[in-house]
Design a protein around this ligand. Structure first.
Ligand code: UDX
Length: 459
């Protein structure tokens, strides 16, 4: 067995788009600094997101290899059970540890021993495997530092949190964060004890304090400085964001459709288009879809609406809803998926109706596009609170969605008296994100700190 000339970082991702995307961008930054990077996830996710087993990407001075978790008791890539995210989480939790251990051993046999494992959140089993094999390990926290801090304080009983039933007057005071009411907290805080995602999260948060060497967070100093600083005495936090995707293959498998979207946007006036997308998981109801379609049509503005195939299937009269949105006098375009980062950075987009997943939140801020927030679960309520009340780049659409409320919210951020101030704040955040992404910015500093830490353990 010979030693690898460069440190070898093994990235391990839960098989979800919102988790794979930022970890892969992190991999690109590490590889571009000459590190050997291997990316692994469940095989179905590798295929779905565009990088099957055995693929490689050359990035700058380094390479990313894709070697997915195969065999053992994992399901085959074409197994229909992979459509259930909770079932997949449970399966992976049980079946992946020996497969990952074998994959780590194989790297040593191939002369490229793993120097460091980076697992994203919701994969505490990967942390356990790395720890058991005495491999240094880091977690990439794929949500905001605010949400990490809230979970940390909640699961270690370090602050008094309002109960689920408490009104908006009852708030929690966590250092580095504004006062937050029960409705602003991440949904898993008040989820039932037996809920699998909550159990996995608790294991994550415990392993952070006890075993993880570094906690990388997809954020940047300018965005969350007080929160990062307040959390540092508890956890070895390194901000490595914003982990925004560039123009690489993002795994939708619909590159022609993306070009079609851009051609359509090219034909629209500047800042005129309402863009609507709810991430990779959220399923909205038939009523919500109906209100959404009618509300968009009522704005009289051009809109680009993403309705994933799994959402269409759920809607018995989905075609009717879409017809309302795209009828002959409508200005809408409906797609099953698009390259969201590319769409948001297009000058024709004037507003983003979002479920406030953290990736969407960061992409909206980095693009300077005002938002209408419509959070559903997970970290989304907290991100919505920050987007509307802390960053000041949008307004909250009350639940359940109604066509009139949607139309009013869109008008507020696109045409009403508040729109000028909202646009100015959005432009400010875009400038901050651009600075964070530039040479010498927060991202470069975070990546350099992490690379230096890996090099020091390999020396
Ligand atoms: C999940 C959780 O739901 C979210 O709350 C958490 O913060 C991250 O994990 P998801 O719901 O998929 O993520 O939302 P988000 O974090 O916004 O990630 C979606 C990703 O898919 C974004 O990078 C977005 O650019 C991309 N996307 C979405 C597209 O590229 N095209 C689309 O049409 C829709």
């Amino acid at each position: 067995m010979s030693s690898s000339p460069m440190p070898h970082v093994l990235l391990v991702s839960a098989p979800l788009q919102g988790h794979v995307n930022p970890l892969l961008v992190l991999g690109r930054h590490l590889a571009s600094r000459g590190l050997l990077v291997t990316f692994t996830t469940a095989p179905h996710a590798g295929l779905k997101f565009g990088h099957g087993d055995g693929a490689t990407i050359d990035v700058g001075r380094g390479t990313i290899r894709f070697e997915h978790l195969k065999g053992g008791d994992l399901w085959a890539p074409d197994d229909p059970r992979y459509h259930d995210p909770t079932g997949v989480m449970r399966r992976i939790e049980e079946a992946a540890p020996p497969v990952l251990a074998e994959l780590i051993r194989r790297q040593s046999e191939a002369g490229r021993p793993v120097s460091c494992v980076v697992a994203n959140a919701f994969a505490p089993w990967a942390t356990r495997v790395a720890r058991g094999m005495a491999v240094p390990h880091a977690m990439l926290w794929t949500e905001s530092c605010a949400v990490l801090s809230l979970f940390y304080h909640y699961f270690h009983s370090l602050a008094d949190f309002p109960s689920r039933e408490a009104g908006p007057g009852a708030t929690v005071a966590v250092p580095g964060l504004p006062p937050l009411a029960a409705g602003d907290l991440p949904a898993l805080i008040h989820a039932p004890e037996e809920f699998l995602w909550r159990q996995v999260l608790i294991a994550d948060i415990r392993s952070l304090r006890e075993t993880v060497t570094w906690v990388l967070v997809n954020t940047f100093d300018e965005l969350e400085r007080p929160t990062i600083e307040a959390l540092r005495p508890h956890l070895p936090v390194i901000p490595v964001g914003p982990l925004c995707r560039g123009t690489e293959n993002h795994g939708s498998g619909q590159d022609d459709d993306d070009d079609d979207c851009v051609a359509w946007l090219d034909a629209q006036p500047p800042r005129s288009v309402v863009f609507v997308a709810f991430g990779s998981l959220l399923q909205i109801s038939r009523d919500e879809m109906s209100e959404l379609a009618e509300g968009l049509a009522a704005t009289g503005r051009p809109f680009l609406l993403v309705v994933r195939d799994d959402n269409r299937e759920l809607l018995p009269d989905g075609d009717h809803c879409l017809a309302a949105a795209t009828g002959s006098d409508s200005r809408g375009k409906v797609v099953a998926w698009c390259d969201q980062a590319r769409v948001l950075s297009h000058g024709a987009v004037g507003c983003f109706v979002t479920h406030c997943g953290w990736n969407s939140t960061v992409e909206a801020l980095a693009s300077g596009v005002p938002v209408v927030t419509y959070p559903a679960w997970a970290d989304q309520p907290t991100n919505a609170k920050f987007l509307a009340d802390v960053y000041g780049v949008g307004v909250r659409l009350p639940k359940p969605m109604t066509r009139d409320a949607l139309r009013r919210c869109i008008e507020k951020v696109m045409g009403g008296p508040e729109a000028v101030a909202v646009r100015a704040r959005s432009a400010k955040w875009k400038a901050e994100a651009t600075a964070a992404l530039s040479t010498g910015g927060s991202l470069e500093k975070g990546i350099q700190d992490f690379v230096a830490a890996i090099l020091s353990i390999c020396a």
